[in-house]
Design a protein around this ligand. Structure first.
Ligand SMILES: [Zn+2]
Length: 250
C-alpha cells in the first residue's frame, strides 16, 4: 500500500514539472512534429492564429537580396550573469544585462538567446546544422533578432560554458559559474541579411526585425550532438516571402 502511495506522489510530481514547463509558454501545448506540430500551430489556440494567417512569417529561404536597404548593426554587448533554461522547446540563455545593439538609431536590449537545429534560416534551400537567435527588445517593445549560423568544424569556445551543463529536462535551469559575454558568439564580419518577419514559435507574432549574420561560426560535432541529444529537430519550416524583400548590409 505504501509503495502505491509513493508511486502516486511520484506521478503527481512528474505532472507538476510538465505543467510548469507548459505554463511558461502561456498557451497551448505545441511541438515541431505530429498532431501539435508546425503545420497545425495555427489551429491549436486562437492566440496562435498568426501562425496560419500571417503574411509576414519566419523563417524564410533566402534566395535573393537587395543591397543597401538595411542599416549596419552596432553591437554594444557586455558580460552578464546568465541562466541556462531548458524550456521544453529549446535551451535558452537568459541574460540579466547583456548590453544592446543599435540599428538605424534604435537601441534594442539583448534579453536572451536560444538555439535551433538545423538552422531555421535556409539559403537556396540549404540549412546550417545549428543557429543561435539573439533576441533583443526596444523600449517601445519592438523585437529584433540577430541570427548566428554554425557550420561543423572546431569546438566553439564561446559555447563551451553553456553546453558544458545543458539542463537535460524541460523546466530545469542552471546558472553559469562565470558571467557570459554574448559578443563571444559573434563572427568577425557583421554583414547580414535583413527583413521583417515573425517569431518562429507560437504565437508567431509579426513585426519582428531579423538580422541574419552572413558569416557562420564553427561548432564541433560533439557540441552539436550534445544539443541534439536534447532536441533532435526544433526548426520551423520556411514560410512564404509574400513579396517581402531581403536587404543586405555590408
Ligand atoms: Zn529562435
Amino acid at each position: 500500500m505504501e509503495s502505491k502511495v509513493k508511486l502516486v506522489v511520484a506521478a503527481l510530481a512528474a505532472l507538476t514539472v510538465t505543467t510548469s514547463a507548459g505554463a511558461a509558454d502561456k498557451g497551448a501545448h505545441w511541438e515541431y512534429e505530429g498532431k501539435a506540430g508546425a503545420a497545425h500551430w495555427g489551429e491549436l489556440a486562437p492566440d496562435f492564429a498568426a501562425c496560419r494567417q500571417g503574411k509576414a512569417q519566419s523563417p524564410i529561404d533566402i534566395r535573393a537580396s537587395k543591397a543597401g536597404t538595411v542599416a549596419p548593426i552596432s553591437f554594444d554587448y557586455r558580460a552578464s550573469s546568465a541562466d541556462i533554461v531548458n524550456n521544453g522547446h529549446t535551451v535558452q540563455i537568459d541574460l540579466a544585462d547583456g548590453g544592446a545593439i543599435d540599428v538605424g538609431g534604435t537601441s534594442y536590449r539583448l534579453v536572451q538567446f536560444h538555439f535551433h537545429t538545423p538552422s531555421e534560416e535556409a539559403f537556396n534551400g540549404r540549412r546550417y546544422p545549428l543557429v543561435a537567435h539573439l533576441v533583443h527588445k526596444s523600449d517601445a517593445g519592438e523585437l529584433a533578432v540577430v541570427a548566428v549560423l554554425f557550420k561543423k568544424g572546431r569546438e566553439n569556445a564561446a559555447l563551451a560554458p553553456v553546453f558544458a551543463g545543458l539542463p537535460a529536462t524541460a523546466g530545469e535551469k542552471h546558472t553559469t559559474d562565470d558571467d557570459f559575454d554574448p559578443a563571444s558568439l559573434l563572427p568577425e564580419q557583421r554583414s547580414y541579411y535583413g527583413y521583417t518577419g515573425s517569431l518562429t514559435t507560437p504565437p508567431c507574432s509579426e513585426g519582428v526585425r531579423w538580422h541574419i549574420l552572413k558569416q557562420p561560426v564553427e561548432v564541433s560535432p560533439a557540441q552539436l550532438a550534445a544539443f541534439r541529444k536534447l532536441y533532435r529537430m526544433n526548426a520551423r519550416p520556411v514560410q512564404p516571402l509574400n513579396g517581402r524583400v531581403v536587404g543586405v548590409a555590408p
